[in-house]
Ligand binder design. Sequence first.
Ligand SMILES: Cc1cc2nc3c(=O)[nH]c(=O)nc-3n(C[C@H](O)[C@H](O)[C@H](O)COP(=O)(O)OP(=O)(O)OC[C@H]3O[C@@H](n4cnc5c(N)ncnc54)[C@H](O)[C@@H]3O)c2cc1C
Length: 431
Amino acid sequence: MTQAFDIVVAGAGMVGAALATGLGQSGFRVALVDKTSAPTFDTNSVPDLRVSALSAGSERYLQQLGAWSQMLAMRMTVYRRLAVWDQAQHPLSKLIPRKLGEVVFDAASLSATHLGHIVENRITQQALWQCADEQPSVTVLSGNGVTSVANGNDRATVTLEDGSELTCELVIGADGAPSRIRDMAGIGVTRDQYAQQAMVVSVRYLGSVEDITWQAFYPSGPRAFLPLHSADDQHPGESWASLVWYDAPGELARLKALDTESLMAEIQKAFPDDLPLLTHVDARASFPIARQHAKHYSQGRIVLVGDAAHTINPLAGQGVNLGFQDAACLQSLIRETRRAGCDLADPQWLARYEQQRRPANRRMMLAMDAFYHLFSNRIPPVHLLRNLGLGAARALPFARNQVARYAMGIDDELPAVVKQITSRLPGLHLP
Ligand SMILES: Cc1cc2nc3c(=O)[nH]c(=O)nc-3n(C[C@H](O)[C@H](O)[C@H](O)COP(=O)(O)OP(=O)(O)OC[C@H]3O[C@@H](n4cnc5c(N)ncnc54)[C@H](O)[C@@H]3O)c2cc1C
């Protein structure tokens, strides 16, 4: 069976589902295809292992799509403060008390009500699937992956696992970091695997949910605390949190293999004293982390968004926020392309998408890379330098707040001076 659409979105993760919803709202006939089945949510369920810190910019975008109210009705956690500090132990660290190097970003000092929300990925995804499904011009096809794409002169033909075919003017590859759509388009990537991996652990602790998230930097990698929601009635006075522990793959493999009690003891010992008393460790998983950038964002009738186009080190939790920015940008350019009466795969319009998004994505990649190298370094002068850097960030609240407002999505643009500095950082020749 062959069905005709304007656009096929391959991959209904958070980014693909958002883009399909927005395009449906603009009246395009869209097929949103995913190889997995629809995500589900139950209020009594334990938290999803995958959580994301969503910026104020992402919140605005998800509100426009109509997904935010549904996400709020499920569950999410607001955070108003973000603390970062260097926890490396070294003779020189005695010279610098922790509080001197600690930087706390506070919504109040940024003239904002909050810095962001921590949301389980499946909640964002489920709300977006529902929004997409409610659009009369969007057809959601789940449990049926894309197996091939044929780029034709006038239209592309997308074949699914069950043998059915979809024709369209434009195929959007939103199928994540190991994107097959990208491979089918013949688009290569530049990729650097970091020496660290990230282990994510869902835990319950004694205490209430607070509005602070924190990250302590150790030479082996950061350790972060992301607050979630209160536990159920059977665990009064307890709350859920998501912990992220970055370390060498071998060390994380050892930790993952421990029984629950031993892992809880290791976490309690290895994390800073700020970690509340843990009462339960629920689930754990580790993820390889890589900086990856597609060499082109489009080829023929295929265009890439989200992790299919770029992945960054998740240490500042920016990946899906960048993906939503790709989606918003592409959606508005596709509308303009149609208004101009052009083919939706017109190379000039698709080039504009890349011109707008590549520099912003690259800038964030560079910033995360610089953080990674600066904080994973054990050399004493570098240790001193980064503490001086944190000290400078404390001492220069205006500059710090400008960067923070951008990182939190409160402002759309980085201050011009910071843009200039990041574009001139030496030694980091990223595409
Ligand atoms: C440890 C960790 C922590 C992170 N924390 C944050 C954070 O705090 N904030 C943040 O912004 N980002 C964070 N990120 C990054 C964020 O998770 C990703 O950027 C985001 O999930 C990418 O979304 P996506 O929709 O582009 O891709 P994905 O989430 O990978 O979705 C891809 C979809 O495509 C589908 N698919 C794959 N192949 C096919 C096919 N052949 N046919 C059809 N469908 C297909 C998959 O089933 C999936 O649903 C983190 C990442 C990691 C690893």
